[in-house]
Write a protein that binds this ligand. Sequence first.
Ligand code: HEC
Ligand code: HEC
Length: 595
Amino acid sequence: MKNIVFAIFAGILVFVLNSCTSEKPPHEKIYADFNADLDSLIVMNDGFLEKIRSKPGVKTLQEDFLKLRLQFKKTEAFAEYFFPTTVRMINGAPLDEIEDEENAVFEPGGLQVIEELIYTDEPVNQEELVRHARKMQVNVKRIKMLWVDIRITDSHVMDALRLEMFRLISLGISGFDTPASGNALAESAVVLKSFQHYTQAYKDQLPEFAKLDGLTRAAIAFLGQNRDFNAFDRSIFIADYVNPLCRSLHKNQELAAIPFMNGRKLLNGNVATIFDKNAFNPEALLPDSKFNATADRVALGRTLFYDSRISGNGKTNCGSCHQPGKAYADGLKTSKGFDNKFVDRNAPSIMYASLQQALFYDLRAPSLEDQAADVIHNKLEMHGSMDDVAKLVATDESYKRDFKKAYPELDSISPVYIQNALASFVRSLNPFNSPFDKYMRGDKKVLTDDQVKGFNVFMGKAKCGTCHFVPLFNGTVPPDFQRTESEVLGVTVHADWKNPVLDKDPGRGVHDQFPQWKNAFKTSSVRNIAKTAPYMHNGAFATMQEVMEFYNEGGGAGLGLDVPNQTLAAEKLNLTAIEITQVISFMEALTDAPE
Ligand code: HEC
Ligand code: HEC
């Protein structure tokens, strides 16, 4: 009898325990796990603060710091996904944060600032260190507080995990957020292990979970075998490990019928990898879908683009300075504009220009529509007027017909739609069919050995990938692509490294509003770079070799010029002649095949 009572009691107990654990929906389990990871981060940061106060040697501080970063990395996927603004105060760049609209400057804070404080040849600034560790604690606790009100779904979880994998291959393995510690690859392994832990919650929901888990293990193992930052083969890691993992995650999500998150974002919500042909949607930046492109709008834009009647003297058109054979640049140091006078800047390629949050070297135009009007009105460039162009379109029979086809719903022709047609044409210039793109989609034969090695140097030792972000290779920051960055390189007026002279163009600093922006320029894309010499906003460097030498010297400051706000590290890169050739060879693999 006793036995029976006991058996019944045990049965009930098992049932109760089961319903508390394994039957919890996966997103609830993840909700709780993230909370626990945050708690550990808070505890560790408290410990770190205590350690700092005990004034140990710098080695001990560095060891504890690395552990703290690893714990942060466990929380990164969801912290970044739900609280991007707060995370900028925990693991943001150690540079002032400038909010143009609010005319405000925020002091940077968090792990990267702490890293600068303890990886230095100077004595550790104890007070600053305590202050920043405390500030960081406030922000981690803020996330914990905000988490209480967050309701997550399976779609959120899948989206956050997908973006974390994109963050890993575009930022993580380049050492973007931990430049001094040299610990980027160990951190990448933690990111993958955390991914594995979180996906485990879905093992009963995802039909091909075993495959996903196997791929995750393989990626972790590959990282485990390759811990040398410079020698790490990033091409293989991305193409053979992380991309297949991302494809499996995507397929599993489809099979499990978990809806994809589809907001209006540059990166589409339902792509498997960032290298897919249609991964990006430049129209996501439009204020209204009524401006979306159609074939007729692109065609009208193309005709206008090559029509000199839209300039003030009928002699210049967009194509004069943006020539298709030169990836839509013009091959001149600075462009020749209205009345054959040289303008101040080099004409950039306009391919992929639509995949930026703002345009021009100084990011002054918020949209391609604004940009088109700006150039047409610019006295040095086209010296025309949008009203005149509208009149031309309204009176020319062929334009009248094309406009009606492009905008059948409109009764009259106004400048804004002409700007939209030109912009639609520019937005159509994102072919993504270079050898590099094909390689990342699985065609391994298209890159030479040198190009593969060059990509690794670009992403590793040479640090290029920490500003020219994969896969756009411009300054639009992955994986949410909501921000386009500018940087200060200290670009010189010529490539005479013995007698360097700083270029005078103030760039974003033109209004003297923020000293941080003096000589800052938008990070250009290096896609199709082999076709767009000469280089930089002033066309100062004639060849890619010269560009490489400039970077190898540590930019303007590295050359000994006074550039106090340079954001490019001034240390020499110490690239060998072979490594330089390899990087150049890799950049040549970014040239699109003709469509
Ligand atoms: C006289 C030569 C010239 C003409 C004509 C010209 N451009 Fe440009 N374009 C430039 C230069 C130079 C820049 C860079 C200017 C700057 O950043 O301040 C530029 C920048 C741009 C950009 C921004 C690219 C980026 O990544 O920021 C776009 C887009 C563009 N032009 C499209 C056009 C269109 C469309 C037309 C015709 C309506 C046109 N351009 C006419 C020389 C020209
Ligand atoms: C600190 C950020 C940063 C780093 C690191 C960096 N770049 Fe740049 N890069 C920029 C910016 C900003 C520009 C535009 C500068 C200008 O026009 O004055 C640029 C311009 C270029 C250009 C010329 C683009 C054009 O159309 O004229 C090339 C080529 C280039 N970078 C290649 C590289 C390579 C290769 C590396 C690594 C050795 C590298 N960059 C590292 C920020 C960076």
